[in-house]
Design a binder for this molecule. Structure first.
Ligand SMILES: O=C(O)C1=C[C@@H](OP(=O)(O)O)[C@@H](O)[C@H](O)C1
Ligand SMILES: C=C(OP(=O)(O)O)C(=O)O
Length: 427
């Protein structure tokens, strides 16, 4: 297995423009495919998760042209459901933003589809989405463990009505249902049971739907009402914001390594909840300057530990767990149970790898508390095929000892050239 030993870092300074958002890229591609008209998407993310969505859309008969560098895509929509009697097997890697939304989008048409992915995908739940769609007529069989992919969908349209969806495990289930709903013949009311996790991602969903001409009424994210018989209309041109989760590593580097580090592509005007990651750095004592489209972070004195509920930013929250290595005191990140059902069991993996560096870690069922060591120990960090573990542990190179990242190539899920970009602002 390839590994990367990082040089000992003392400073971070400079500017970086982050690649397009994964969450926006995959939502925009899906809605463009369902929409009437041709959409030109710019600043599209080029990474595994987007490739899986694009490949699936191509198999379904969606026509698009990609620029040579992959960041511009001109896609002509099918002006309605994607499933039109095909019999296909779709491989979606480990891309939650492809697996969940495509499953719902295919159920509203007709055809027979096998939805498969990498081995870890078979351990990532989807049962709450299927349970919500069954009363509408969805016929989905589990080919392995009940409640998990791979799936067999016998699509034969869905009816409208009122359904309940469990919001406690993943917001992507609600996102999936919302994006498919306007194409049903009848109205749909979706009631969310349990605390809705990762709420800001629903705002991203509603924002992209709005750009494709569909408004969704909701009552404080508890109940959503979508009119049936609508269709999406392409906005023509659409630019993808920079990925706010990817921004977190550079912003944290500014806080730890002096800065200033200015990250272009996300900011005050961003629709992505993860832009609020910088507020946590502010709470830790970093200096943050906000503009609409960039954020700049620098250090002003020592960083302090925080005790925070980061349910709203589960991806960027991982970056706080490694930033905690450089903060005085014990940092506690709470209400993050669903870390356990992402690319790996992230609570367990983070605890194991932070301990290798000498940190004292308390791993709870839905929280992690990190007390930094006096001096970090040399360590080879295992990454569990999880891009975010690889990226957030790059910050450990600001410690006292040599850090090796095993399988750094796993960042290809969302950020293929992460380590080159990180090297560009650190020394
Ligand atoms: O909707 C989205 O684009 C995402 C929602 C979040 O997942 P959960 O809702 O499962 O927490 C996040 O972790 C994921 O990376 C992207
Ligand atoms: C949880 C993540 O991905 P997915 O979209 O596969 O859920 C992530 O990118 O951190």
């Amino acid at each position: 297995m390839h590994s990367l030993t990082l040089p000992h870092l003392t400073h971070a300074r400079g500017e970086v423009t982050i690649p397009g958002s994964k969450s926006l890229s995959n939502r925009i591609l899906l809605l463009a495919a369902l929409a009437e008209g041709t959409t030109t998407v710019t600043n599209l993310l080029v990474s595994d998760d987007i490739r899986h969505m694009l490949t699936a859309l191509k198999s379904l008969g969606v026509d698009y042209r990609l620029s040579e560098d992959g960041t511009r895509c001109e896609l002509t929509g099918l002006a309605g459901p994607l499933a039109r009697g095909q019999e296909l097997s779709l491989f979606l890697g480990n891309a939650g933003t492809a697996m969940r939304p495509l499953t719902a989008a295919l159920c509203i048409g007709n055809g027979t589809f096998e939805m498969t992915g990498e081995p870890r995908m078979a351990e990532r739940p989807i049962g709450d989405l299927i349970d919500a769609m069954r009363p509408l007529g969805a016929e989905v069989d589990y080919l392995g463990e009940p409640g998990f992919p791979p799936l067999k969908i016998q699509a034969q349209h869905l009816s409208g009505g009122t359904v309940s969806i469990d919001g406690r495990i993943s917001s992507q289930f609600l996102t999936a249902l919302l994006m498919a709903a306007p194409l049903l013949n009848d109205d749909l009311t979706v009631q969310v049971s349990g605390e809705l996790v990762s709420k800001p991602y629903i705002e991203i969903t509603l924002d992209v739907m709005r750009q494709f001409g569909v408004d969704v009424r909701h009552d404080n994210y508890q109940s959503f009402h979508i009119r049936g018989g609508q269709h999406y209309v392409s906005p023509g041109d659409i630019q993808v914001e920079g990925d706010a989760s990817s921004a977190s590593y550079f912003l944290a580097a500014g806080a730890i390594g002096g800065g200033p580090v200015r990250v272009h592509g996300t900011g005050k005007a961003s629709v992505q909840g993860d832009a609020r990651f910088a507020e946590v750095l502010e709470q830790m004592g970093a200096r943050v300057v906000w503009s609409d489209h960039w954020i700049e972070v620098s250090r002003q004195g020592p960083l302090k530990a925080v005790d925070v509920d980061l349910n709203h930013i589960p991806d960027a929250a991982m970056t706080i767990a490694t930033t905690a290595l450089f903060a005085e005191g014990t940092t506690c990140i709470r209400n993050i149970y669903n870390w356990r059902v992402k690319e790996t069991d992230r609570l367990s993996a983070m605890a194991t790898e932070l301990r290798k560096l000498g940190a004292e870690v308390d791993e709870g069922e839905d929280y992690i508390a990190v007390t930094p060591p006096v001096r970090t120990q040399p360590a080879a960090i295992d990454t569990y095929n999880d891009h975010r573990i690889a990226m957030c542990f790059s910050l450990a190179a600001f410690g006292d000892a040599e850090i090796t990242i095993n399988d750094p190539g796993c960042t290809s899920k969302t950020f293929p050239d992460y380590f080159e970009r990180f090297a560009g602002i650190t020394e």
